[in-house]
Design a protein around this ligand. Structure first.
Ligand SMILES: [Zn+2]
Length: 330
């Protein structure tokens, strides 16, 4: 394991600190943005991340939790919102903000588990099981009401001539939102772009890229590609700078387009309708290399692609053995 935590200061641009919060074999980078007058925390990690990683880092740069003015959550996922309650308890003066579309799944771990993490059970027989969901519930202490519902485009002042802009970047979730630090042209990017896999703490693929809603995901990537970004700091990937930013975003976009082609090609070549489980088994090796137990998370992007192929009229949906199954229109 790389020495990500434990004392390493990482200021990626003036006043912007990238804090490694490890969980198992994975890592989520939370950020503290320090302005002359205001201080913002972006994402709170898992339930234990504030005590284990975020507050110790802040202490090392001379910031107590009482210095936080705003806590912004990029999107509804356990590893980005799980520490909300501990942060609220340590920093009761700080306002909490997230996009209005993600607020229901951020303010309630039960809603997140019933919505996001159980969405493939009834139709596709794919899920995390009771034990998996109990683990998510333990790691997700996020029952904190959001004080401020964002819609994208809002600006927040940190000091003289220093503003953040919140940019709505849906695709991984409906309300995913990134933070642009205007003076340094740094984007705190969350999972707006998911490359060709989510990386673990060793920077090797740990999970498939879990984008969900293809049309909005592609629009997000095109929007970010059109921006002049100097520093791009995503939640599960290394910091990208200058030209590497566009390479990272363009790579994410081409992976998405190529994956849709692979799904369509498979359904054209197969005479029987295929379930999502069967599609995952057949395409897994062509889509990336991650631990075998992570393959089922291909359900997020592949369900998205199946929905768009249905929208495009290129495939039809039927049932086989009680589960949804798909075939190409002949
Ligand atoms: Zn994440």
């Amino acid at each position: 394991m790389l020495p990500l935590s434990g004392g390493k200061r990482m200021e990626i641009a003036k006043g912007i600190h990238r804090i490694a919060c490890t969980f198992g074999e994975r890592v989520v980078y939370c950020h503290v943005i320090v302005g002359e007058e205001r201080t913002v925390l972006v994402d709170t990690g898992m339930a234990y991340s504030p005590e284990k990683d975020i507050f110790p880092y802040m202490e090392r740069i001379g910031l107590g939790p009482d210095r936080l003015d705003l806590v912004m959550i990029t999107h509804s996922d356990v590893d980005h919102q799980g520490g909300n309650r501990p942060v609220r308890q340590a920093a009761p003066q700080a306002l909490f903000a997230c996009h209005v579309l993600d607020a229901p799944w951020i303010e309630s771990a039960d809603a997140l588990i019933a919505g996001r993490y159980s969405q493939f059970e009834a139709k596709h027989n794919i899920g995390y099981g009771d034990e998996g969901k109990a683990g998510i519930a333990r790691d997700c202490l996020s029952d904190v009401p959001m004080d401020w519902h964002l819609q994208g485009g809002e600006r927040y002042r940190l000091g003289p001539d220093h503003y953040l802009t919140f940019i709505h970047t849906p695709g991984h979730t409906w309300g995913h939102t990134v933070v642009l630090d205007e003076p340094t042209r740094t984007v705190i990017a969350g999972e707006a772009a998911l490359s060709s896999s989510i990386l673990g703490v060793d920077e090797q693929p740990a999970l498939p890229p879990t984008y969900c809603y293809i049309d909005t995901y592609e629009s997000t990537l095109e929007r970010l590609l059109a921006m002049d970004i100097a520093v791009y700091s995503p939640s599960h990937w290394p910091v990208q700078r200058d030209q590497a930013v566009k390479t990272f975003l363009a790579g994410s976009l081409s992976y998405c387009r190529e994956t849709e082609q692979k799904v369509y090609q498979l359904l054209r070549e197969t005479s029987e309708p295929l379930t999502l489980k069967e599609i995952i088994v057949r395409l897994n090796d062509a889509l990336g290399r991650w631990p075998a137990t992570a393959s089922q998370d291909l359900s997020y992007p592949l369900a998205g692609h199946l929905q768009r192929l249905l929208n495009r009229g290129l495939i039809t949906e039927t049932t086989r053995g009680g589960w949804a199954a798909y075939q190409a229109v002949r």
